[in-house]
Design a binder for this molecule. Structure first.
Ligand code: ACO
Length: 343
């Protein structure tokens, strides 16, 4: 290879890898407004392909890593128009990805799609349902599709499930979902399965199948891992370690909903004293601050402390005042800085 040709054989790994959350054919028909579940890219690939996030030795490289939208069964396909003769300079793509996903992934697309169809009927989320909420359907893409969407559902349900390693079927599911931690959280790494105290909150979209509303299908949206530490004298301090919402669902309030569900769970658990967050990125700090503030605004004890007695009438008149929004942290920095969310 001439030195000047080198760039032709180096692919940007973040662009070459295409991720998809694949739904059964019957479910796709009812999701015409949401076509962006397939073909989104990772944010980080250095945990797989090294600091420069490049894959060497291929031309016109395209890697498809598809997940069944509920069970997250995986399919891997690697396509290229040309490949250099195998040397140490040519990346072993499948070997590299295989180190980060569990064995048993599909390489035959027809077999994978058959599995997607089966899973759409059989997959139900492992664990205990901890929370649910509904959202109105998104505006459809393209003219004339509004009626079709309206015929399907006006609202979409979302459900959060609490799991531990002992939840039947969860360990295998987690092995398939944890790749999202590497691909979307900077500095993210896999948790140790030998540490048996981990807890998990997993968020799914729940849909009724068009033409057969008796069938509910579940589609992975995101999850969080939680680690309990001992807290003197007889409680635990729960540390939120990892938190990810997959790109097709970002910026729609689902991160806030999952965080709120988690917060509510923690408050209701008599043995948990505190919720802390491990190394939050800026976007997560924003999310947490916004949601903590919303929750504080509904807490009479906090409001009385911040505004004194008579806070109820003060907030009512402040809400009425045109152009003025009440902000209890108006004189402060807007957040507690110890990384802790007090219970
Ligand atoms: N329509 C449009 N926008 C909305 C809606 C809506 N219905 N609801 C909320 N939003 C806006 C929010 O106002 C917010 O806006 P802002 O960014 O201007 O403040 C924005 O969407 C994000 O809020 P959410 O939608 O609630 O959050 P999201 O679901 O996008 O999740 C998260 C945020 C977790 C950071 C997600 O982007 C993600 O997973 N990123 C990659 C992984 C990551 O960084 N994880 C956190 C690591 S830190 C840790 O693990 C401890």
């Amino acid at each position: 290879m001439a030195a000047t040709d080198a760039h032709l054989w180096a692919a940007d790994a973040n662009e070459a890898i295409h991720l998809s959350l694949v739904r059964a054919a019957a479910d796709k028909a009812s999701f015409n407004s949401r076509e962006h579940y397939e073909g989104f890219n990772p944010c980080f690939t250095y945990p797989l392909f090294g600091e420069d996030e490049k894959i060497y030795g291929y031309r016109d490289l395209r890697i498809d890593l598809k997940f069944a939208s509920g069970s997250l069964a995986q399919y891997l396909s690697i396509q290229h128009s040309d490949k250099l003769p195998a040397t140490s300079a040519v990346d072993d793509i499948e070997g590299t990805i295989a180190k980060s996903i569990p064995p048993g992934y599909y390489t035959d697309e027809a077999a994978f799609l058959k599995r997607v169809e089966e899973d759409a009927i059989t997959f139900t989320p492992p664990g205990t349902r901890a929370h649910s909420y509904s959202r109105r359907t998104k505006p459809p893409i393209g003219k004339g599709k509004e009626k079709l969407v309206r015929e399907v559902e006006d609202t979409i349900d979302f459900e959060v499930y609490h799991c531990t390693w002992n939840t039947p079927g969860f360990r295998e599911l987690h092995r398939r979902m944890q790749l999202f931690i590497l691909l979307y959280i900077e500095g993210g790494s896999y948790i140790k399965e030998e540490e048996d105290v981990w807890q998990f909150m997993v968020l799914y979209e729940k849909r009724k199948r068009r033409g057969d509303p008796s069938v509910s299908t579940y589609h992975f949206v995101g999850y969080s891992t939680l680690y309990p530490f001992y807290c003197f004298p007889e409680k635990v301090r729960l540390r939120l370690s990892q938190f990810v919402i997959v790109p097709p669902y970002q910026q729609e309030g689902h991160g806030s909903a999952l965080y709120s569900a988690l917060y509510r769970y923690v408050r209701e658990a008599p043995d948990i004293a505190e919720l802390t967050v491990e190394d939050p990125v800026e976007a997560f700090e924003d999310l947490r601050d916004r949601n903590d503030l919303k929750m504080l605004l509904t807490e009479p004890t906090f409001m009385r402390e911040a505004l004194g007695e008579g806070w109820e009438s003060a907030t009512k008149s402040s809400q009425k005042a045109k152009g003025h929004r009440f902000h209890p942290y108006a004189n402060g920095n807007g957040r507690g800085d110890n990384g802790h969310t007090p219970m």
